[in-house]
Design a protein around this ligand. Structure first.
Ligand SMILES: Nc1ncnc2c1ncn2[C@@H]1O[C@H](COP(=O)(O)OP(=O)(O)OP(=O)(O)O)[C@@H](O)[C@H]1O
Length: 313
């Protein structure tokens, strides 16, 4: 077995319309990881996974699936990869069992009722096996899509925006489900534009914007490396504006003038906090409480996208 589940090199896609959806993307996916591909609408996420899954042809580039070329050895790639698309793409009038069992056969796998039962049970769909899909709740329908994708026992699973448009409860349920799949050894690549989803679930995060993979990083390293921190000071007396003597600190006044926010580099030797506090004292500003907070992946993401868009103009 190759060290990598997927090895993507120089993948480029120009649609007939002229849109350059992917610009020479290189990406390695390790066995057993959860990788979140994060990007705004139209960034190229669906195009990337559609190419890897053999649904869209690449203009250039190669993908190795567990070391084997995905087109030369497409049978291998097909058996190893499962895809849960964004849209419900199954016959809504079929019972759950038939849909999942049929999916397995479509991939040339021998009929195996015990295996189908195992998949349905693991996704808590067993009690619904005879139900017609259209009568299921939104959450159950999504589970059917996952069961379909797992029916041929792939070990690399793509989830295209698994929680787009679902409520908070269902989102958490999906997250738990994805973690369970990973515990069973499935490598997971999910696309999302919800930063909290990447933050909650991923081992590594890739940020894609305008067809370019602008960053791939271990999630915790990313947050540590790029994470700015905020110092919040709850003032004893609210202020109408930041005094001119503190103008150089880039302070922000919030909460009806009762909170001062100072943004600093949490990884720097010198944060500037002691100097700021004495400058406040000199100005006669007192505070009753203070706390610091790490900036979220969201702040990092927005910063990166802005930097990327600026650079490409
Ligand atoms: N079949 C197609 N023909 C022409 N252009 C396309 C086609 N599919 C996608 N595109 C364009 O390619 C770019 C990337 O689209 P893609 O769907 O891959 O982005 P995405 O990151 O998945 O977006 P979303 O989050 O909205 O699904 C967009 O500009 C899109 O309009």
């Amino acid at each position: 077995m190759s060290d990598l589940a997927l090895s993507i090199r120089g993948l480029r896609k120009a649609y007939a319309s002229g849109t350059e959806a992917l610009k020479a993307v290189d990406l390695d996916i390790r066995h057993g990881e959860i990788f979140a591909l994060l990007g705004p609408n139209g960034a190229g996420k669906t195009t990337l996974i559609s190419i890897v899954c053999g649904l869209v042809t690449a203009t250039e580039g190669t993908v190795l699936v567990d070391g084997k070329h995905w087109r030369d050895d497409y049978r291998h790639a097909r058996t190893r990869i499962g895809l849960v698309p964004q849209e419900l793409n199954t016959d809504q009038f079929e019972p759950v069992w038939n849909t999942v069992a049929f999916s397995r056969e479509l991939f040339g796998k021998p009929k195996d009722d015990a295996r189908v039962e195992e998949i349905l049970r693991s996704l808590t769909l067993w009690d619904k096996r005879k139900n017609i899909i259209k009568d299921l709740s939104g959450g159950m329908k999504r589970r059917v899509m996952i069961a379909k994708a797992l029916a041929h026992e792939p070990d690399i699973l793509f989830l295209d925006e698994p929680t787009a448009g679902v409520d908070v409860e269902l989102r958490k349920e999906m997250w738990a489900l994805v973690r369970t799949l990973r515990e069973r050894g499935v490598t997971i690549i999910l696309t999302t534009h919800y930063i909290e989803e990447a933050e909650e679930m991923a081992d590594r995060v890739g940020v894609i914007n305008r067809g370019e993979l602008i960053l791939v990083e271990n999630k915790t390293t990313l947050m540590k490396k790029l994470g700015r921190k905020e110092l919040h000071l709850q003032l004893t007396e609210p202020m109408a504006q930041v005094p001119p003597g503190l103008a150089d600190w880039g302070l922000k006044l919030d909460g009806d003038g009762s909170q001062l926010t100072y943004v600093f580099d949490g990884t720097a030797e010198r944060t500037g906090i002691p100097t700021l506090l004495s400058a406040l004292r000199d100005q006669g500003i007192s505070f009753k409480d203070l706390d610091t907070k790490s900036s979220s992946l969201e702040d990092i993401f927005v910063g990166l996208i802005h930097a990327g868009n600026g650079a490409s103009k």
